[in-house]
Design a protein around this ligand. Sequence first.
Ligand code: ADP
Ligand code: MG
Length: 680
Amino acid sequence: MGSLYEIPIDKITGVGEKRARLYGKLGIASVGDLIRFYPRTYEDWSVIKSISETTSDEVCCVKACVDIAPASRTVSGGRWLASTRISDDTGFVKLTFFNNPYISRMLYRGREYLFYGKIIDGINGREMVNPQFAESSKSPIIRPIYSQVAGLPSKSIETTMRYGLNMLPEVIRDTIPNDIIEQYNLMDLKTALCRIHFPLSQNDIERSRRRLIFEELLVLVLGLSTIKNMPDKLTSVKITKDYTNEFLTFLPFKLTDAQSKSISDCIADMQKNNVAMNRLVQGDVGSGKTMVAAAVAYTCIKNGFQAAIMAPTEILARQHFESLNNLLSPSGINVGLLTGSVTAKKKTDILEKLECGLIDLLIGTHSLISDNVVFKNLGLVVTDEQHRFGVRQRSTLLAKGANPHLLVMSATPIPRTLALMIYGDLDISIIDELPPGRQIIDTLLIDGSIRERAYNFLKKNIDEGRQCYIVCPAVDNTDSGLKGVEEYAEEIRQKTFADYRVGVLHGKMKTADKDAVMTEFINGNIDILVSTTVVEVGVDVPNATIMMIENAERFGLSQLHQLRGRVGRGENKSYCILVSEAKNPDAVRRLKALCETNDGFKIADEDLKLRGPGDFFGSRQHGLPELKIADLAENVDILHDAQAAAKALRERYINVNDNELRGLRAEVRMLFHSVGTQLN
Ligand code: ADP
Ligand code: MG
């Protein structure tokens, strides 16, 4: 199997340069990658239903005779429409085909075929639209369905897959050693790879999936334990004294216990002998992570080093700069701001000061990682809302010092269960407490029919001097069909909010324009900000008290919670209004869950239960690799088995002379390579 990763995909019959590029979009470069590209789902043509057995909306396979020769005609727009009727002993179904002028040459009257598709109850009885079909003499099979990209349909991948699997040698070395295969009753690798793509029965699907999920989780667990056992990074950034108490004298408020604990966790890390801190601080929106960063930076600076804070957006960087500059400059600390929009002259000045050590704390966007940014003695790197940064960007910034300490702050809580399972004893601090006096944000779920009432509520709040956000899921309606922010804003400007100041903010605007709008909003010159989720990240406008979210079902729960965190930041009672027409019970349950709790960790747990961990891992925000087939929330039992197996294999795994585990080591390397972690 291993060697197939070295054979480029275009060596397969039928795959030329163009197709190879399309495969590249799916992350497939080699024959090995192809074989590890598992079906998304299956079409089961092996279970044949009689027409009377089928129910409306069911996707199924029927074996039936064509009663009428299909008649094709063109309809408006030059499209083709063909219709016919099929029957078996129990009933008949009307078939409609769109855009296939060849149907009459593919389906013959009086002949029997298999038809696969969705049955619907139309006004004239049972119907199928654009079903797939095959000659009934062909033996019934289960067909794989692959995620496709434009130009590369699932069917074509299926064909290529058959060629790819034929390239597997007669006997392949299994990645999992024999004793484990037997102990956990696993399918062998070659059979599993063949059956996952071309199963002969549902049982085949189950068994091959279980084997491949087990393997993937084993690889994940072995990789993670290797990372945990990697020697600590040494550093020459010596923090000899803790200055937190001095820092506290500048604060206008008392830290929460959770903030204090996080700070002391960090200081303890930095005081550990010559070892660089590598800590993740997780805290719900509004839990006061910035102060944790400020305190840690303060101690670092007082010990004679520079510190850097990298924020994901210009607005946020500026906000951090303003609050920390106010807080720290009385103590003689020099704070600098570096973003894309700082003028060239000012930039030169900042860079010079930075290099000779006149700036102690540099705050900025990813501008911080550009080549010409040189520190005198960088001792601490803080990245805020880390999921916006790739692992590489973070390491580029780290490389500007001699192994500085790293503090990563995240507002997207990893559900506790998942964190424990995956990270075990990794360095995480959790701020699970909000500063005292924080408002509970009342969250309401409504449908569009009472939108006007909601608008009146916004007006009432604005008339009392407050401000509001309205968030829409799309910038424009070109590909979503949803009302975009521009259009939405225009509409309310014309109608309901004609007497109010309405601003627009979205990601496609130029940075300077975005900033201008945001500044106006911060200064109270805009009453209603209609925006996309660009407001999601960390902006602090205490006077904003209502967050209204249109098409709320389009967002993940954790994301909605982040958005909601934009209000309730001041002394006034705040509200979140979710507008949704969703009828689907799952969607409604998700949104209701949000109305019931303000606890980000509970919401993350709920999100995990309802949507799976895709959100947490898909975005790679925690530096974990993306999984192909295993699902950490679904496959907990298999995960436990894989953990036990990893434990049993550990000694042999780290013995590089143990050849039987070569394939497994290679898989571990490949999985973690994707997230930029080099494992041996
Ligand atoms: P987040 O964790 O979302 O980054 P911030 O650091 O932006 O939260 O803090 C939110 C607000 O709470 C800020 O206005 C900050 O000044 C304030 N704050 C932080 N810690 C405390 C505290 N211990 N007591 C009162 N207010 C606090
Ligand atoms: Mg923040």
